[in-house]
Design a protein around this ligand. Structure first.
Ligand code: AVI
Length: 311
């Protein structure tokens, strides 16, 4: 049993108000559901970022390469590499001397990605590294080659502001002067567009949230009846925060590892935040940490921003 998972679940469900952490969404089923979310009409994030990368891949290559002979393209949480493959194939075609280093805590994700890259881009030099992002990155700090870190998909938006700043500070400390990062930020836009992305008609996002209750049932011997919980996403245009809750549709008691957890009727469990930004937020985050913005790339609708920063 994953002890940290058990500890966090019990702590969160015994707290007032109740919370679970979205970092635990991604078991095998959760990974598959997130892949489905990325294909939904409503989930514009993936298409917007894909368009940015497709449109600007040559310019990105020039920026990443700079005056160097070679570089490491490091990716945090690569997933299936759908968007990154566009960059990788353009770089391979341009005969670029670089290594692609996807970092993930899941060895399974890395082997699936490496297998598909071997088939699709046999000339690519792939060096997958399993582990926690920063411990791996620190190992790469002393290599000769320049490091370029990709953190795409607005994954940064799943952190609260203080967590995001801590993450960026640690990222900065793990790099050498001259290294680059490219981060994907989902931008503030029509609130209807945003809320629909987290409340799709087919109910895939609903299943994605409820899957964490199934995961607790399977891995921690819980007895959640998922049909007794509603998926309830909100978007606050004032703060730019999308928040997802699961709401207990009745008074009920759930048991997890011999512990009884009581839910009042309509009591909510905080599940996830997905922060939306404006450009000023992004600029202030970069400069507070010490990064200098090199380039900002937007999609044609102005929905998403890929920002390249230099240490
Ligand atoms: C992974 N992350 C950026 C997604 C997001 O948009 O916050 C996770 C997600 N949650 C619901 N739909 C997608």
């Amino acid at each position: 049993m994953n002890k940290q998972f058990a500890k966090d679940v019990l702590e969160g469900l015994n707290a007032t108000p109740k919370r679970l952490s979205s970092q635990y969404f991604y078991d095998e089923k959760g990974d598959a559901l997130f892949q489905e979310i990325m294909k939904l009409d409503e989930y514009y994030l993936t298409r917007s970022e894909f368009e940015i990368i497709e449109t600007n891949k040559e310019q990105m290559l020039q920026i990443f390469k700079g005056d160097e002979e070679q570089f490491n393209l490091i990716e945090f949480g690569a997933g299936d590499g759908y968007k990154t493959k566009v960059l990788l194939s353009a770089f391979v075609q341009a005969d670029t001397d670089f290594s692609y280093i996807p970092i993930d805590i899941s060895g399974n994700v890395l082997s699936l990605l490496s297998e598909s890259l071997e088939k699709e881009l046999p000339d690519l030099n792939v060096k997958p590294m399993e582990g926690e992002y920063f411990s791996v990155l620190k190992k790469l700090k002393n290599t000769q080659a320049k490091n370029v870190v990709l953190f795409l998909g607005s994954n940064i938006g799943n952190f609260r502001y203080e967590q995001a700043m801590e993450f960026l500070e640690e990222l900065y400390d793990s790099l050498q002067k001259g290294d680059l990062v490219m981060i994907g930020f989902d931008l503030k836009k029509d609130p209807d567009v945003i809320i629909n992305a987290y409340n799709d008609k087919e109910g895939v996002t609903r299943s994605f949230n409820l899957n964490l209750l199934d995961r607790i049932n399977n891995e921690l011997g819980g007895n959640f009846d998922v049909s007794k919980f509603e998926h309830w996403p909100t978007y606050d245009p004032y703060t730019g925060t999308t928040t997802s809750y699961l709401v207990s549709a009745q008074k009920q008691k759930v048991e997890i590892m011999d512990q009884a957890i009581e839910f009042d009727e309509w009591e909510a469990v905080h599940m996830e935040i997905s922060q939306k930004y404006n450009v000023k937020d992004v600029e202030s985050m970069a400069s507070k940490v010490g990064f200098v913005i090199q380039n900002n790339f937007y999609d044609s609708k102005g929905y998403f921003l890929n920002s390249i920063w230099k240490k």
